[in-house]
Write a protein that binds this ligand. Structure first.
Ligand code: ATP
Ligand code: MG
Length: 275
């Protein structure tokens, strides 16, 4: 698909299709959707930031929120070397002396009135963030130096960024921080919610295994470990695979132990629940 802006033809990106459902922690979903609301003709949507440890569900919440709004979702994975043009418009050579201008997922969301998820935004440099500054305040546009055009966001456009608190992050300057509000912090879920999340992601696991893994995660959370539900999902999945090759009576405990060991290492074994 293409659109024309100020005489330049832009080739748009494809939306992402994700079969995700957000389970439990409804308050976080409520805050995300509230931040995107427009309650008056003078009001503007906000640009929320989802924070939390790797694997707590930041990307899942962002996608599920976009889905609840019924909008197209465009995910842009930020990395250390994401450049401003990667966020906006990239030129691609298309035959002799001809350039094709390709819109990023973010710019495509702006044009189509979709939701842009700027995933792992903490990995991106200040220079790249700076190119988004006018988009994140009441101006709601970006300027592509490469294509020489100004691109305005549709009123339906929404943005969310996710950031985790590991070490591989840039310190962002205050003018960027202040444009990425509110900050919605995702913490470990309560026991029954964690069970439901595991069940949602491993619908073929039996109740016993789901309970084991939930118990394991809850004990690890209580001890302030960084293990998250993603680790739990991996442990459950690998246990089921191992167990299918080891169907004997001791197979379950053995499979669980190997799975935890190979997923998280020796130290994690101390949280294995007693059968
Ligand atoms: N509330 C939830 N409902 C459903 N699934 C969840 C929920 N929380 C986490 N998950 C599942 O946990 C896994 C990890 O979630 P996700 O990838 O969103 O984490 P993340 O915080 O974005 O991690 P990272 O920082 O590494 O990108 C996914 O498989 C996701 O489906
Ligand atoms: Mg993520």
């Amino acid at each position: 698909m293409t659109v024309e802006i100020e005489g330049i033809t832009l080739h748009l990106a494809h939306p992402d299709e994700l079969p995700v459902r957000w389970v439990g922690q409804e308050e976080l979903m409520r805050q995300l959707l509230a931040s995107w609301l427009v309650v008056d003709e003078h009001d503007l949507p906000m640009n929320p930031r989802l924070l939390g440890k790797p694997g707590v569900g930041k990307t899942t919440l962002a996608c599920a929120g976009a889905k609840r709004m019924g909008r197209e979702v465009y995910i842009l994975q930020a990395t250390l070397d994401t450049r401003p043009e990667d966020l906006l418009v990239t030129p691609v050579i298309e035959g002799a002396g001809k350039l094709r201008y390709v819109a990023s997922p973010l710019v495509t969301a702006m044009i189509r009135g979709g939701v842009a998820i700027l995933d792992e935004g903490n990995r991106m440099s200040e220079k790249s963030w700076a190119s988004l500054a006018p988009l994140l305040d009441n101006r709601r546009y970006v300027e592509s130096i490469v294509a020489g055009i100004k691109i305005k966001a549709s009123p339906n456009f929404r943005l969310v960024t996710t950031m985790n608190d590991d070490a591989s992050t840039f310190e962002l300057p205050e003018y960027i921080h202040s444009r990425l509000q509110p900050q919605i912090f995702i913490d470990f879920p309560e026991r029954d919610e964690e069970y439901q999340i595991l069940k949602e992601n491993l619908p073929f696991a039996d109740e016993r295994l789901l309970n084991y893994v939930t118990e394991f995660l809850q004990q690890a959370h209580a001890a302030d470990e960084r293990y998250t539900v993603r680790d739990g999902i991996n442990i459950g999945r690998f246990t089921i695979k191992l167990r299918s090759l080891d169907p004997g009576p001791a197979g379950e405990a053995r499979s669980l132990k190997i799975s935890i060991l190979e997923t998280l290492g020796e130290e994690a074994l101390r949280y294995v629940p007693r059968a």
